[in-house]
Design a protein. Structure first.
Length: 121
C-alpha cells in the first residue's frame, strides 16, 4: 500500500538569511544537513520546513487573510509561548481558550507567514 512517509512545508521568503535566523534563533529550529543553494531545510521536533529565497516576490504579509500556513498542535502551549516571547518572536495573540477545544496563540515570520500554536484542553 502506498504511504506518505514524510513531509515539509515549502515557503517563499524574501531574504533567506533573515528568515533562517528567525527560525533557528527565535523559533528553535535546527538546520538540516541538506545543501541546496537558495534553500534552507529546517526542523523542530516532527515539523519540517523548506525556505526558498524568492527575491522580489510579494511577501506573505501582503496577502492578508491568505498568509496562514500552519497550525502546530503542541504540548505545553503556555511554555512555548513564553519561550517565543523571551526570544523576540513576532507574536500576534496570547494563549486563549477557544470554543473548539484548543488553547491557542498566534505568531508570524519576518515575511508575514502566520502560524497558530494550539494545545487540546
Amino acid at each position: 500500500m502506498a504511504q506518505i512517509v514524510n513531509s515539509r512545508c515549502v515557503l517563499a521568503v524574501c531574504d533567506l538569511a533573515v528568515s533562517t535566523r528567525y527560525y533557528v534563533d527565535v523559533l528553535g529550529f535546527q538546520v538540516d544537513p541538506v545543501n541546496a543553494p537558495g534553500w534552507s531545510f529546517l526542523s523542530r521536533d516532527c515539523f519540517r520546513v523548506m525556505l526558498g529565497e524568492c527575491v522580489g516576490e510579494r511577501p506573505a504579509g501582503e496577502l492578508g487573510n491568505h498568509s496562514w500556513y500552519v497550525h502546530w498542535l503542541v504540548k505545553g502551549v503556555d511554555e512555548l509561548y513564553q519561550e517565543f516571547v523571551a526570544k523576540g518572536a513576532l507574536v500576534s495573540s496570547v494563549p486563549m481558550n477557544k470554543p473548539w477545544g484548543l488553547r491557542e496563540f498566534g505568531l508570524s515570520t519576518p515575511d508575514g507567514h502566520r502560524i497558530v500554536c494550539g494545545e487540546e484542553l
